[in-house]
Ligand binder design. Structure first.
Ligand SMILES: [Zn+2]
Length: 145
């Protein structure tokens, strides 16, 4: 028996997804902020998404199985279970290409600056921003004397 996700959308036929050990699966229901989008002239859509990642042979892939617009009163049923149903042939795979790292402060790419100092995965600062920060700090210290 395999681990599977069974997803049923209203009364349509179920979607079967194999849950593999080298893959992560994320299921989301995204309700965008209608107020902000309407101001920008966009019509907000509520979307149901099933997406994820795959690590295989040291390569990283983005997976996008399902994306549907959800209307009010729609019913989505998700079941995580052991079963041997034939997986629905929906799999969309894209090789993930890591974007070039950027300075968190000025958005310059690593190739555009001399040094980029990284803290965890979240924050990076380039040598130019460090210099600018030091000037600002020095000026504050000077003016407070
Ligand atoms: Zn910078």
């Amino acid at each position: 028996m395999k681990k599977q996700l069974h997803i049923k959308y209203n009364s349509q036929e179920s979607v079967f997804i194999d849950v593999n050990d080298d893959e992560s699966i994320t299921i989301s229901l995204d309700t965008p902020p209608a107020k902000l989008l309407k101001e920008k002239g966009k019509i907000p859509k509520t979307l149901f998404r099933v997406e994820g990642s795959r690590w295989r042979d040291d390569e990283y892939f983005y997976l996008n199985w399902l994306e549907k617009e959800v209307l009010l009163d729609d019913i989505i049923m998700i079941q995580f279970k052991e079963d041997d149903r034939k997986a629905t042939p929906l799999t969309k795979v894209e090789k993930y290409i890591e974007p070039e790292k950027e300075c968190t402060f000025c958005d310059k790419k690593a190739s555009e600056v001399k040094h980029l100092v990284e803290k965890d995965f979240m924050a990076r600062i380039c040598d130019e921003c460090v210099k600018l920060s030091q000037q600002v700090i020095d000026e504050k210290i000077q003016s407070s004397k």
